[in-house]
Design a protein around this ligand. Structure first.
Ligand SMILES: Cc1ncc(COP(=O)(O)O)c(C=O)c1O
Length: 387
């Protein structure tokens, strides 16, 4: 694809689940901020600041539009990454006010929600349930106790498995007095539709996994605000400060986003996210088709060769496997020597892969819109030789 024409021919990047490559328009938009209107957002009255403000505001709107959500129900704040967002929002839940009695996550989660839910449960002395994910990524709603804070991923970073019954899960949690926080780190690049019109209480995501610059985001329901305390506080969050009192800007519905934005933000990266959302929204059908056929090609190869133990139950932009009797890290290095960049290990899913399934370290290929059919042919050829 033209937007990745800076890639040398001998490079096959297969680590999009960690950080996707940035298309030219995203890099250009970051450069435009630094070279044409480098300024602080939301405080500055001079010309550059006004340009920054307009673009930052537009990005908040684009995130909501991308997920088909209304600003009447949700607001968008920016953070460092998904991990930071999940931890921040959990740290703000007033357990007494929200009547939280239980914490829930699932077995296949990335360490990010897995550990954040563990730490939340421990610090509030609450029982924690780890749900078993079904093959289709769904969870059994009857296993979710009433009054739970539930933290679940909606797309797995191992095999792209989706939380198939997300609507039913959200409804059940709300009907039983709970709060649901979604880890959407792997969702927004290739599976945003999973979250369309969601009613989840909060959605945490990483822009660097959706073809944008390094940045995190929280999409939060406005009606969650009454049970949130303020933990981090400083500049950019208050309208007035006296000796030992202050007025929070987040009390004004138009500035609710300040609830999670302590201090100066990554204005250039926020603006680049707006560009990435435009880019993703305007991708031609052929780009989606190419990603799908590349994923299927790789899946069929791995699935039809008994030497490869594939985790996936279906073709996906992310495939994880190991080869019987060969150290995955050695395979990773051998592939790396030929310009094929893939990840090896447990991909921050230690509990599920190592302790529950007892798998050896694995190999993960995560594809992106930049991959050409040639890339996949080369990977298959190399793997055939190795195996
Ligand atoms: C499913 C999932 N959740 C959470 C994260 C954490 O994302 P970050 O490191 O950007 O906070 C990742 C990162 O790979 C992920 O794949």
């Amino acid at each position: 694809m033209q937007d990745f024409n800076y890639l040398p021919d001998n490079v096959i990047y297969l680590d999009s689940a960690c950080q996707s490559l940035r298309p030219r328009p995203v890099i250009d938009s970051l450069n435009t901020y630094y070279t044409e209107h480098n300024s602080c957002g939301e405080r500055v009255k001079y010309k550059w600041g006004k340009v920054t403000d307009a673009k930052v505001e537009a990005t908040r709107e684009k995130v909501l539009k991308y997920l088909k959500l209304k600003s009447r129900d949700y607001f968008v704040s920016f953070t460092l990454n998904t991990t930071y967002g999940l931890n921040l929002i959990l740290s703000q839940i007033d357990v007494k006010k929200a009547n939280v009695k239980h914490v829930v996550t699932s077995d296949i989660e990335h360490n990010s929600p897995f550990l954040a839910s563990l730490s939340f449960a421990k610090s509030h002395h609450l029982p924690r349930t780890v749900l078993t994910r079904n093959e289709d990524g769904s969870v059994n709603i009857d296993d979710i106790p009433a009054n739970s804070v539930v933290v679940l991923g909606c797309v797995s970073n191992l095999d792209g498995r989706r939380l198939a019954n997300i609507k039913e899960v959200v409804k059940h949690i709300h009907n039983t007095g709970g709060i649901i926080i979604i880890d959407a780190a792997q969702a927004l690049a290739h599976f945003a539709s999973t979250l369309y019109k969601t009613e989840a209480d909060a959605i945490c995501f990483s822009a660097h996994k959706m073809y944008s610059a390094s940045l995190g985001g929280i999409v939060c329901r406005r009606d969650l605000l009454p049970v949130l305390k303020t933990t981090f506080i400083g500049g950019g969050m208050v309208d007035d400060v006296n000796l030992d009192t202050f007025e929070l800007s987040a009390d004004n519905p138009d500035h609710a986003y300040t609830k999670f934005e302590a201090g100066l933000q990554a204005w250039g990266e926020i603006i680049a996210l707006g560009t990435a959302i435009d880019w993703l929204s305007n991708l031609p059908k052929s780009a989606h088709q190419q990603l799908k056929s590349n994923s299927e090609e790789l899946f069929n190869f791995l699935n039809n060769n008994p030497k490869f133990h594939l985790i996936n139950h279906e073709a996906n932009s992310t495939s994880t496997f190991f080869v019987e009797g060969i150290d995955s890290h050695l395979i990773g290095e051998a592939l790396g020597d030929e310009g094929i960049m893939a990840r090896t290990g447990y991909f921050c899913v230690h509990y599920y892969l190592d302790h529950l399934k007892h798998y050896p370290p694995l190999i993960r290929f995560s594809l992106g819109f930049h991959n050409r059919p040639d890339d996949i042919a080369k990977v298959i050829e190399r793997l055939s030789r190795l195996a």
